[in-house]
Design a protein around this ligand. Structure first.
Ligand SMILES: NC(=O)c1ccc[n+]([C@@H]2O[C@H](COP(=O)([O-])OP(=O)(O)OC[C@H]3O[C@@H](n4cnc5c(N)ncnc54)[C@H](O)[C@@H]3O)[C@@H](O)[C@H]2O)c1
Length: 428
């Protein structure tokens, strides 16, 4: 018999994090209430349609009984409330905690004694205790650690990842008090196959996630800087990294590209940078990594301009195609995608820009790959969707393409040697 049966949980925020979690909890026997502020998303989920492109979620939803709603009174019967709302930054890179505050403000009046609230959104150290807890206590009139419990378990899901998913990835959990920690760990044990590491505090758990994503941002910035340098030195960065990676210890390969996108890597470091700044500490390393990675889209657009120049085609008015709008392969998530910065840089050059992405089709994009490529002077591959990595030299030749800028180093450079199509990768 399933011991989770008849146990209700509520998930606040049914996005890339909240929806897979809701479906997992349902699979493990929980009755799941999903709360969201987006009425279109609520309707889609209740109609059993995934609000975003994801084959697994699409299939799981078909057989799901999850109720999506904006009715917060529903949470009264839940033993656990899990907050999975966005944590973006403003244009000036200052963290925007409004969605987290909004979720806490709306949940708090309905909190019941004994309930556990878990924040899964990525936040800087201190947010759970300094922002979430006071709102929950004030609006509920209840005391954390006595009447209700608060934990933080940062989500690590990597949408589109074939190997690691919401169920099997290891997690860390921190809580305000021992009882809250025990309750949170007991819950995650019922749904996860991955290991769970107990942290000493909410702050430690919060720090884990921003450190992980800052680590990745810094490593990518390192190879992006090498790519920009090696591009002038005429050294193939990809071959060098693959060479370095033959060392069996102390080297972890990261590869350069036309920019870092998504809701996490280009955003989360700012949460730590800004938090530390308030205590008088400047994270020079993290800030530099951000500055380097932000340069990559304009560096990429410049490669197109320079390569066109070499074949006597001015970029002004030339048809330049940007292939890929989402920030990573085979998904439709365009958040913080470098493609849009590449487009802005190309606009400054006066290029006649055409975009195409099989996962992001709208009136402004080409309808298909053939239409996009036809008579293009230059093509920039900004996302390594399967449809683009399959492109061959002949596809470019037959459409009269003169320059290919491989922003993801996903094509075979050797195929272009001695051909009439100029190839330039990022650092190769
Ligand atoms: N996307 C990822 O790959 C990923 C991975 C790990 C962690 N995270 C973190 O998880 C959190 C959520 O990210 P996401 O990608 O799922 O975001 P998302 O934008 O896909 O989904 C968030 C959902 O929350 C809803 N929402 C916003 N404010 C609300 C409120 N006050 N009440 C109820 N619903 C509200 C939105 O309508 C949206 O549907 C972020 O902190 C993010 O950094 C994301």
């Amino acid at each position: 018999m399933n011991s989770n049966k008849n146990k209700q949980i509520t998930i606040i925020g049914l996005g890339y994090v909240g929806l897979p979690l809701a479906l997992l909890a349902e699979k493990k026997g929980y009755e799941v209430i999903g709360i969201d502020t987006d009425s279109k998303k609520i309707k889609l989920i209740n109609d059993k349609i995934s609000p975003f492109e994801d084959e697994k979620i699409t299939n799981q939803l078909k057989n799901s009984s999850i109720v999506a709603t904006d009715d917060l009174t529903k949470i009264k019967d839940s033993s656990i409330i899990i907050i999975c709302v966005p944590t973006p930054v403003y244009e000036n890179h200052i963290p925007n905690l409004e969605p987290v505050k909004g979720a806490c403000n709306s949940v708090a009046p309905f909190i019941q004694k004994g309930q556990l609230v878990i924040l899964e959104s990525t936040v800087n150290p201190g947010v759970s205790e300094d922002t979430v807890l006071p709102i929950l206590e004030e609006k509920s009139g209840l005391k954390c650690g006595e009447d209700f419990y608060l934990a933080h378990c940062p989500e690590r899901i990597n949408p589109g990842d074939e190997k690691w998913n919401v169920e099997n990835i290891n997690r860390v959990v921190g809580a305000f008090c021992k009882q809250g920690l025990e309750k949170a760990v007991a819950f995650y044990k019922t749904i996860l196959s991955g290991k769970i590491k107990l942290m000493n505090s909410l702050k430690e758990a919060e720090a884990v996630k921003v450190v992980e994503n800052s680590f990745r941002d810094i490593n990518i910035a390192f190879v992006n800087e090498l790519a920009m340098s090696f591009s002038r030195l005429n050294i193939d960065i990809v071959n060098v990294i693959e060479g370095a990676a033959t060392k069996p210890f102390a080297f972890m390969p990261h590869f350069p590209g036309c920019g870092v996108g998504g809701h996490c890597i280009p955003v989360d470091p700012y949460y730590l940078i800004e938090y530390a700044k308030k205590s008088g500490f400047d994270h020079d390393f993290l800030s530099l990594a951000r500055r380097i990675n932000i340069k990559m889209p304009s560096f990429t657009a410049k490669q197109a301009m320079l390569e066109l120049n070499k074949i006597n085609i001015p970029i002004n008015n030339a048809k330049v195609v940007v292939l890929g709008l989402s920030y990573k392969p085979n998904i439709d998530d365009c958040r913080e995608s470098p493609s849009f910065e590449i487009i802005k840089a190309l606009e400054r050059y006066g290029a006649n820009i055409v975009t195409y992405d099989p996962f992001v089709l709208d009136k402004s994009t080409a309808k298909n790959l053939d239409e996009a490529l036809k008579n293009a002077k230059a093509v920039i591959i900004a996302t390594s969707h399967d449809a683009f990595t399959r492109l061959t030299l002949n596809d470019f030749i037959k459409n009269g393409v003169g320059v290919v800028i491989d922003g993801r180093n996903c094509l075979s450079k050797d195929d272009f040697i001695k051909s009439e199509v100029a190839y330039k990768g990022i650092g190769r």
